[in-house]
Design a protein around this ligand. Sequence first.
Ligand SMILES: *[C@@H]1O[C@H](CO)[C@@H](O)[C@H](O)[C@H]1NC(C)=O
Ligand SMILES: *[C@@H]1O[C@H](CO)[C@@H](O)[C@H](O)[C@H]1NC(C)=O
Ligand SMILES: *[C@@H]1O[C@H](CO)[C@@H](O)[C@H](O)[C@H]1NC(C)=O
Length: 490
Amino acid sequence: MKVGSSNSIISVLFVLFSVILGVFSQEFENFDKEIPATWQNINIDKTLDVTKSYTKEILTITAKNIESLPVAEYIQPISKERTNDFALIIGSYGTDGKSMLQINVFNNTANEESEYNYLVVTFPAPIASGSQVDFQLQFVYLDQLKPMPDVLEMNGVQSVLLKTHKYPVSSYPIESYTLAISGTNGKVENLDQGKPQVNDLPELKQETSNSKLVVFESEEQVTIPPFTVDYISLHFEKNQPLLVAENLKRNVWISHWGDSVSFEEIYEVTNKIAKLKDGFSRLQWMQSKYTYTPGPYGLAFNMDLPNGFREAYFTDLVGNVSTSKIVKNHLVLKPRYPLFGGWNYNFTIGWSNDLANFVKRSSDHNEKYIAKVPLLNGHADMSYHNVEFSFYLPENAELLDIASPVPYEDYSVTTEKSYLDFSGHTKVTIYYKNMIDEFKHSDVIVSYKYTSSDFLLKPFITGSFLFIALISYLLITKIDIAIDTRSEKK
Ligand SMILES: *[C@@H]1O[C@H](CO)[C@@H](O)[C@H](O)[C@H]1NC(C)=O
Ligand SMILES: *[C@@H]1O[C@H](CO)[C@@H](O)[C@H](O)[C@H]1NC(C)=O
Ligand SMILES: *[C@@H]1O[C@H](CO)[C@@H](O)[C@H](O)[C@H]1NC(C)=O
C-alpha cells in the first residue's frame, strides 16, 4: 500500500503548473476506434483527498505493455457525468513526479451509449514490449460532497456523502489495487457498497491505518476486467463550510503613471452545506453565538492577499463593511450575517500593490513589459464555477501575449475608455470554469509594449482635464473605504 503521494498532491500540482504554462482551451476531439488491449495494470493505487470542500483523486498506475510492439499511448476512461465538474486533470511520471505527461481529451464517438469519454495519455517515448511504466493521473473535481442528511439543526454537526467508483474504471485489466481516503479523520461512518453490480469480485475491507487514513483493499487476488463499474458511498463527518463562488470577477488595473497595480474582486458566494432544519431563528442564533465552536456556517473569509498590499476595502450591497481585519498577509472578512446552508453573500474587495510587485521590464526589450499576476487571491478553501479575469493595460499599451497556466474557456480583447483617457485602455478578459483556491499559486502572464512617450503622454493629456480630475479627486478622497492603510509592506 503506497499512500505517500497524498501529502505531496499540492506541491506536485504546482510544480507542474509552471511546466504546462501556455496550455490553452482544450477541445474535445473524436475517438471512434476500439481501444487496443495493449496494457495490463499491474497495480493501481487510488487516493481520494477530501480535506477541502472539493475532491482530489490520484491514480498511481503501474502498467505493463502486453503487446508485441512498443506502445506510447494509455487510454483512461473519464465519466461523462463528471465532464462539467473537473477543475484539473494532469498526468505525471518519474520518481519525483515532476515530469508532465501529455494528455488529450477525446469524445467517445465510437460508442455514443457509453458513459465514458477518454483521456489519451502519451508517454515521452514508447514503452517496449513486456516493459512496465509508472505514472500518475491527478484529478480535481467540484461539487462531489453532498450534505447528508440535507437538513441540519442550528448547532448540528454536518456530514457529507461522497459517491465514488469502488474499483478504478480502466480500459485494461487490473491485477491489484488499493483505495485510500484522506481528510476524513479516519471516520468513514457508513461504507455503503450497495448491491454488487459485478459478480465474483471481492468485497472491500476497511482499515484505519492511522487517524487520517481509511484504506480499502481487496483480500483476494482477482483480476478486474476492463470497464468494471461499481460504486460505493462514503459517509463522513465534515463540519466545515462548503463555499462555492458561483461567479468571481477579478479586475486588475496596471498603471505605470500611478506606479501601482490595483485589484478589484466581485464575489457571489453560496455555502452548499445542509439547509437549516427549522429555518433561521434569530433568537436561537444569538443564544448559540457565544457557545459557538467552528462549524459549517460561513462566518468569515480569510483572503490571502499579495505581500505589500495596501488600501484594502470590503463592501457589499449595503455599503462599506467594517467587520474585517488584516492579519499578516490576510484580509479576514466577516460578512454581515453567517452563511447558513444555501445562503448567498455578494461582496467586493479591493486593494493596491506597487507596480514593481507584479510588472517587470523585459530584459531583451526596453519597451516590453511582463505582468505576472496570480490566478486567484482568495479564501483558503473555496471552489469557483465561473471566473472572469480582466487585465486593464495602461493607456496606449499594445498587447503582445497572454499565457494561462490552466486551460480556459474563452478570452476577449477590447478597448475601454474612461473620461480621462485619450485613446483607451486595452482590456483582456480570460473566462475560466471550475477553479479551486489552490490555483492562487500559479500566475497568468501578460506581456505588452509600452513606450516612454506613452508614459509622458498621460500627464500631458490629463493637464487639459485638470478641472474634472480635481473634482473627481475630491470625490475619491471623501469616499475613503480603505480598511487599514497600514497593511504590512515588505
Ligand atoms: C464532447 O463531449 C462533451 C461532453 O460529453 C459534449 O459536451 C460535447 O458537445 C461533445 N463534443 C462533440 C464535438 O461531440
Ligand atoms: C469604512 O470602514 C472603515 C473601517 O473598516 C472606516 O475606517 C472607514 O471610514 C469606512 N468608510 C466609510 C465611507 O464609511
Ligand atoms: C447575488 O447576486 C446574484 C447575481 O446577481 C443574485 O442572483 C443574488 O440574488 C444575489 N444574492 C444576494 C444575497 O444578494
